[in-house]
Design a protein around this ligand. Structure first.
Ligand SMILES: [Zn+2]
Length: 273
């Protein structure tokens, strides 16, 4: 397998909170959800610090602990990163850093995965439709607040205020019954991830994407097969260029309502040669 990865920040003046990392036979992709920088988090380090601390641990353990389940690794990672800052930061704050997580381990006969949050894993095999694994449960909460935000032009003060209300409501519903589960300060969230093993026969590619990168499909620039074809020919940079061009052509979000004009984007792509 050839493995390639790339990431691009949504804004030059803010840290990139996406974290893609890979070894020859495993990968992890995180998309940190800090909310607008103006909203308090209780953490003096920041969401970019959080995803780096967690991401490097998950990758190291995937590379060195073949006997440990991905669920156990995620729970252990959450607990260990808690220990790095519990003394100085308020981890009970509703806005404590959180992140999506996609983990994939490639074995000779199967692809073992874990997905929690709205990043995506694509498994592409010969003569089959691509398998799409993602966790969109966050879309089922704060629906009214999201609709109110989406009705307003991106980049206006009114849109920003609506986004603060939307993120605030999401935070109230995080990791509690009736809400949604996400990787944050509670190790028990790991048990709520989608996990499984997919057969690796006739495997063409395995791809991990943040939601900044799946905008390619969400915006209708092409379907999943078109995205995979681009990755196999022109590469990740070309996918990013097309997303940025579409975003720039829709500066106020009239065509594609969204929280941010440009989002951080990240892709890890394994391809059989
Ligand atoms: Zn902290």
């Amino acid at each position: 397998m050839l493995v390639q990865l790339a990431t691009i920040a949504g804004r030059d003046d803010r840290p990139n909170e996406d974290f893609p990392a890979a070894l020859a036979d495993c990968a992890v992709l995180l998309d940190g959800a800090g909310g607008p920088a103006e909203m308090p988090t209780g953490c003096r380090h920041g969401t970019d610090w959080y995803v780096r601390q967690l991401g490097v641990r998950l990758l190291a353990w995937m590379g060195g602990r073949p006997e440990q389940s991905l669920t156990a690794m995620l729970a252990a990672g959450i607990a260990e990163v808690n220990g790095l800052h519990a003394g100085r930061c308020d981890l009970s704050a509703p806005g404590t850093p959180s992140t999506t997580v996609v983990m994939a381990r490639l074995h000779p006969d199967g692809i073992e995965y874990l997905v929690l949050g709205d990043s995506t894993l694509l498994i592409d095999r010969q003569s089959q439709e691509p398998l799409i694994i993602t966790d969109q449960r966050i879309e089922e909460v704060a629906v009214a607040e999201q609709a109110a935000m989406n009705a307003l032009p991106t980049g206006t003060p009114e849109h920003f205020e609506a986004r603060v209300r939307y993120v605030g409501r999401q935070r109230e519903l995080r990791n509690r019954p009736g809400g949604y589960w996400i990787t944050s300060a509670d190790p028990a969230a790991a048990e709520q991830a989608f996990t499984g093993v997919e057969p690796a026969g006739e495997l063409r590619s395995v791809t991990l994407l943040s939601d900044g990168a799946t905008r390619f499909v969400e915006f209708g620039l092409g379907g999943w097969p078109a995205l995979l074809a681009l990755l196999g020919t022109k590469g990740i940079n070309d996918v990013f260029d097309r997303i940025r061009a579409a975003e720039t052509d829709d500066p106020d979000g009239a065509r594609w309502p969204r929280a941010k004009q440009h989002d951080d984007a990240a892709i890890v792509h394994f391809r059989a040669r």
